[in-house]
Write a protein that binds this ligand. Structure first.
Ligand SMILES: NC(=O)c1ccc[n+]([C@@H]2O[C@H](COP(=O)([O-])OP(=O)(O)OC[C@H]3O[C@@H](n4cnc5c(N)ncnc54)[C@H](OP(=O)(O)O)[C@@H]3O)[C@@H](O)[C@H]2O)c1
Length: 305
């Protein structure tokens, strides 16, 4: 099968190559999915799981990409809940070969059915950003209606999902980002916008929940804004700054069929919009994943036309 592989961390995304790899076989509780569309998170090559398996052994050349939408073509021993020919989407295991390929072997529990009226490109754009936003807001952040959320990177892949889901849940959403992100963040539903390059974050006042996708100094200054009993949730590594009288949670998103189903249902009925930028093919994926201009949304690789 055709696949994008990486072998050298120092080379970054420029070092990605399109090559031939053996088709994967299905282990216990796996399915094989013929991939129609794949997502890719720009920081993936910084994650240790891109380079090693769960035992810490080198797994290069490895196939990156962990979001997919496609069709089940085979079931592993003991697999239940999905069937051959079914449209699915979901989140692939961090330590296994990923989704920038024609086929992937993946545990069935990492997938949810993709309704027939949702395009594969849309399906592949949802798993990481949608689940991360959902879990950060509702599971780790325990968001309640009427609370205030500071949504960093609000025009980004995760941030646009955070903004929409928080607003739908009845929160007041303050989005942040670069000056150029203002219109997009407001368009996705932020009530206010803070330009992190110009405005003083401190002027925001107290918030119940900070959703951090940036880290560093922004995280530190945000922790100071969290009200007593509030939460700072971060997805960019171990939390370095803790609210004085609140919680700090860092987490890595997990696959969850019920949550994927909730998310795709919101897309179907217009309550959630995707943030898709460039859509390219596997043959042109290396160029698409190395853009010369600032990305205008999530890049999706359409593996099958
Ligand atoms: N732990 C997890 O489970 C998990 C899950 C998903 C994502 N993540 C991580 O979360 C981060 C965001 O992911 P994403 O897919 O949402 O990325 P993205 O689409 O690039 O969105 C991030 C947004 O934040 C903006 N931003 C970053 N630093 C900024 C700064 N200092 N000032 C103002 N704006 C800034 C970015 O602008 P520029 O593009 O101009 O920098 C971009 O608009 C990544 O580090 C990713 O690895 C973690």
């Amino acid at each position: 099968m055709k696949a994008i592989v990486v072998s050298d961390q120092a080379a970054g995304t420029v070092g990605m190559t399109l090559t031939e790899r053996p088709e994967p076989s299905a282990s216990i509780n796996d399915v094989i999915v013929q991939i129609h569309a794949s997502g890719f998170v720009p920081t993936e090559l910084e994650w240790p799981s891109t380079w090693t398996d769960r035992a810490g052994r080198d797994k290069t050349p490895s196939i990156p990409g962990h979001e997919l939408a496609g069709v089940v073509t085979a079931l592993g021993y003991g697999t239940t809940g999905l069937s051959v020919g079914q449209r699915v989407f979901g989140l692939a295991d961090w330590h296994r070969d990923g989704t920038l390929a024609e086929y992937v072997a993946i545990e069935a529990r990492n997938l949810a059915p993709l309704p027939g009226d949702v395009d594969f490109t849309v399906g592949a754009s949802l798993p990481i950003s949608g689940l991360t936003a959902w879990q950060g807001l509702f599971q780790h952040g325990r968001l309640q209606s009427g609370q205030t959320v500071l949504a960093h990177g609000a025009a980004g892949a995760v941030g646009t999902m955070v903004t929409q889901l928080a607003r739908e849940a009845g929160a007041h959403v303050i989005g942040t980002g670069r000056a150029a992100d203002r219109a997009k963040a407001l368009d996705f539903g932020a009530h206010e916008f803070v330009d992190l390059e110009k405005d003083a974050l401190e002027d925001v006042g107290d918030v119940d929940l900070v959703f951090d996708v940036i880290g560093g100094d922004v995280q530190k200054r945000s922790a100071a804004l969290v009200r007593p009993g509030g939460t700072l949730v971060s997805v960019v590594g171990p939390v370095e700054a803790r609210p004085a009288e609140g919680l700090a949670v860092d987490f890595v998103v997990e696959a969850d069929r019920a949550e994927l189903t909730e998310i795709v249902q919101r897309v179907r009925n217009g309550r959630l919009r995707t943030n898709i930028g460039d859509v390219s093919t596997l043959d042109h994926a290396v160029a698409a994943l190395n853009p010369t201009e600032r990305r205008q949304g999530k890049t999706i690789i359409r593996v099958r036309p």
